[in-house]
Design a protein around this ligand. Structure first.
Ligand code: MLT
Length: 377
């Protein structure tokens, strides 16, 4: 694990080394939404709006789109499981004409003890243009981005051989964070925000002022929640984090979110609700022992965070009854994977108010816009 200290240092280092290209641009790396201003967020969301106007299968894309990243290579480095995010990044890259290569820790030299930075430097040395990275440790993409930027800076100031040396003539790739530990998942945050804007008629300017968005569930474990809070607050929304105190860290208030454990008390005022899974695998089982595990059914204690799945569902599950007490226009979202019957009932997940599959569709458009901006197209 990289640990909080390395994480904080790496975030600061990358902010200094790579920075944001301009106020209305994401810059070369996309590591987090925290710290990005409204102009940068609106810029990438507006570009996603162009791509979202076409079928997600790409069948009706203008031919010119495939020229945008033609000749570029995007490497997916996923050291943690993923269904939606990896496929979505792959489709996004391919629809813009890029080639995609996939690497997981299983079957790569990571399983032989190679460090993350060495793996990334080697992949970079092969001439990839972007590394899309998912890692269980918070700060992992920041660390890699900083290492690549330091190589480039050393070269720029007459430094020695490395990934960016004229001898190897390798490009220095963009790093796109596809989820780092419990820290951030910036493209999920962007696609969630896009979905809120689309369903509430805010696509024109992505001004979310006057909207209230609830985030319910295991916020303590959630990189999705942190990216949502950062982006939603920057665009003017009110964000309310809801869950038992064990799953809603008090520190989130410093990011601009309101915190409560009373879901029924806030439901009626929400314009959108983003329901999160309890990430059992990131919690210790009750009594210690490490590991977490599969969803426990029924009554027994689950981890040290909730008394039982049944009780959690009763207090915090989004059911049809609760949905009935929300505004008729309220948007129901979930980043997936859904644990039906735990944080949300099947009826609520499949209701007309559910935007769950729209989120997935918007994810491709958002990632097209992100890749294009990070690669400077
Ligand atoms: C994530 O990768 O963070 C997921 O989209 C959310 C989850 O795993 O529950």
């Amino acid at each position: 694990m990289l640990g909080a200290v390395a994480h904080a240092a790496s975030v600061a280092g990358v902010a200094g080394a790579a920075g944001v290209a301009s106020a209305a641009d994401l810059g070369r790396h996309l590591l987090q939404l925290h710290g990005l201003g409204a102009p940068a967020l609106r810029g990438v969301l507006a570009r996603a709006r162009v791509y979202a106007g076409h079928d997600a299968d790409g069948a009706h894309d203008p031919a010119s789109w495939r020229d945008r990243l033609r000749g570029r290579v995007v490497a997916n480095l996923f050291f943690e499981d993923s269904t939606r995010t990896r496929v979505s990044f792959s489709l996004a890259a391919e629809r813009l004409g890029a080639r995609v290569v996939n690497l997981t820790s299983v079957g790569s030299s990571v399983s032989k003890g190679e460090s993350l930075v060495d793996t990334a430097l080697n992949v970079a040395a092969m001439g990839v243009d972007a590394i899309v990275m998912r890692h269980k440790s918070s700060g992992a993409p920041h660390l890699v981005a900083r290492a690549l930027d330091q190589r480039q800076n050393a070269l720029g100031s007459g430094g020695g051989a490395g990934v960016g040396s004229s001898a190897t003539a390798a490009r220095v790739p963009s790093i796109v964070n596809a989820g780092d530990g419990k820290h951030e998942h910036p493209t999920q945050g962007l696609l969630d925000i896009y979905t809120v804007a689309q369903r509430t008629g805010r696509l024109e300017a992505f001004d979310l002022s006057g909207l209230s968005v609830g985030i319910v569930g295991d916020i303590a474990s959630s990189r999705v929640a942190r990216s949502n809070i950062a982006g939603l607050v920057a665009l003017g929304a009110r964000v309310v984090c809801v869950g038992p105190p064990t799953l809603v860290p008090r520190g989130l208030a410093s990011l601009g979110a309101e915190l409560t454990s009373d879901l029924d008390g806030v439901l009626g005022g929400l314009d959108a609700i983003n329901v999160l899974r309890i990430q059992f695998e990131r919690h210790e089982p009750a009594g210690g022992g490490g590991g977490g595990g599969a969803v426990a059914s029924g009554g027994p204690a689950v981890g040290n965070v909730i008394a039982s799945v049944r009780e959690y569902h009763e207090l915090y599950g989004l059911t049809l009854a609760r949905l009935g007490r929300m505004k008729p226009s309220a948007v129901v979202m979930h980043p997936g994977p859904i644990n039906r019957g735990v944080e949300i009932s099947s009826e609520a997940a499949d209701s007309v108010q559910s935007a769950v599959l729209a989120q997935v569709r918007h994810g491709v458009a958002v990632r097209m816009a992100v890749l294009e901006q990070c690669l400077g197209v």
